[in-house]
Design a protein around this ligand. Structure first.
Ligand code: ATP
Length: 354
């Protein structure tokens, strides 16, 4: 089933009355790489399984251009799937695993051979084509699983945490590999992960989910530099999340204060003078200054290559996380400041608790 646009309209899936996914509305354009991102249990796999047709919807609809898709059985959608456990046939060689789907479609033998060879080359398994899955490393097995999915030239490839069983180095390599395949084959990919770095580095757009609901849909840059809510900020590595109060406000420029702090920042979402807010700042956006900063005392310093991660505490006991290429030591008195554009003030009550 091919399409130029795949439209999810208020897609909802409930389990025993509880919505695992609520009102997901999203248009995926052919050629896009979409990452579904969020903490464990937020509904990512549910969304993917609804797309695949493995889970019926409790509400909403899915459309491939003008054709209704959510009533079409999974095998007739013809989407490629790659899971965390590779699910290869253990008694079949790499080549046979990859050729299997083409044979099931009763394609001529020469075409099966040609497309299988191409796919093997694409995932760089030429030297291993005759081996059984058990004779391959985890990364190689995952490449077989990917080749098996893409050899069928599916209109959509669905991947559910495909790299989570691999070690850190392989994960990095496979990220690039998957992105390369996506581009060179002109695939449309929906990729589930709970790893924000993975999502940011691979996807054209991210869908950030929380408790089954969309918190934000945007490009990596939008989600990273302008998280829509404090929950997205939290998830995107804004480790400083400070409960403060709006003391001044002109347009979206604010001064926030409390617990001995006073900071200039930028409002995200509807907030007014006197409101309680959560102020998010990334560790890399706090810097050490010589004057006019927040006084704090260094408590912990962690080596992180060119930079160190510093945990410091203000005189009022507020803990701050920062990254710096300077080398302060525990007990040192420091002054800390941030660019107002990078100090984001979110409404304190933007959703159900948490
Ligand atoms: P993870 O990263 O842990 O896989 P996820 O974001 O993929 O999480 P889902 O697997 O989509 O989350 O689950 C979303 C919610 O729906 C969870 O609260 C989960 O417990 C619930 N859920 C998922 N599948 C079922 C099921 N078959 N029966 C009942 N509840 C389910």
């Amino acid at each position: 089933m091919s399409f130029t646009q795949l439209r999810l309209d208020a897609v909802t899936r409930r389990f025993a009355g509880h919505p695992a996914l609520a009102d997901l509305t999203l248009t995926i354009t052919r050629g896009e790489f979409i990452a579904l991102l969020g903490p464990s249990g937020c509904g990512k796999s549910t969304a993917l399984n609804c797309l695949a047709g493995l889970l019926p919807l409790s509400g909403g609809s899915i459309w491939a251009d003008d054709d209704r898709l959510d009533t079409v059985p999974p095998e007739r959608r013809g989407f490629g799937m790659v899971f965390q456990n590779y699910a290869l046939f253990p008694h079949m060689s790499v080549r046979k695993n990859i050729a299997f789907g083409l044979q099931m479609r009763r394609l001529p033998r020469a075409e099966v051979r040609r497309r299988t060879d191409e796919a093997i080359k694409l995932v760089r398994l030429d030297e291993h084509a005759g081996k059984l899955p058990g004779q391959l490393s985890g990364g190689q097995q995952q490449r077989v699983a990917i080749a098996r999915a893409v050899v069928l030239e599916p209109a959509l490839v669905l991947m559910d945490e495909p790299l989570s069983n691999l070690d850190a180095k392989l994960r990095l390599e496979m990220r690039t590999e998957i992105r390369r395949l996506h581009q060179s084959l002109g695939l449309t990919t929906v990729y589930v992960t709970h790893d924000q770095e993975e999502a940011l580095s691979m996807a054209d757009r991210l869908v950030v989910l929380r408790d089954g609901r969309v918190e934000q849909i945007g490009t990596p840059e939008q989600v990273h530099t302008r998280p829509a809510t404090r929950h997205v900020a939290d998830f995107m590595g804004y480790r400083n999340l400070l409960p403060l109060t709006v003391a001044e406000k002109v347009g979206d420029r604010v001064v926030v204060a409390g617990t001995g702090l006073r900071l200039s920042g930028t409002s995200v979402g509807p907030i007014d003078l006197g409101d309680d807010v959560i102020v998010g700042i990334r560790p890399e956006d706090l810097r050490l200054v010589a004057s006019d900063g927040i006084p704090a005392t260094v408590e912990v310093v962690e080596y992180q290559g060119r930079e160190v991660a510093v945990e410091a505490r203000t005189d009022n006991g507020v803990r701050l996380h920062l990254r710096t290429s300077e080398r302060p030591g525990p007990g040192d008195k420091i002054l800390v400041a941030a660019d107002p554009a990078r100090v984001l003030a979110f409404p304190a009550d933007d959703g159900a608790g948490g």
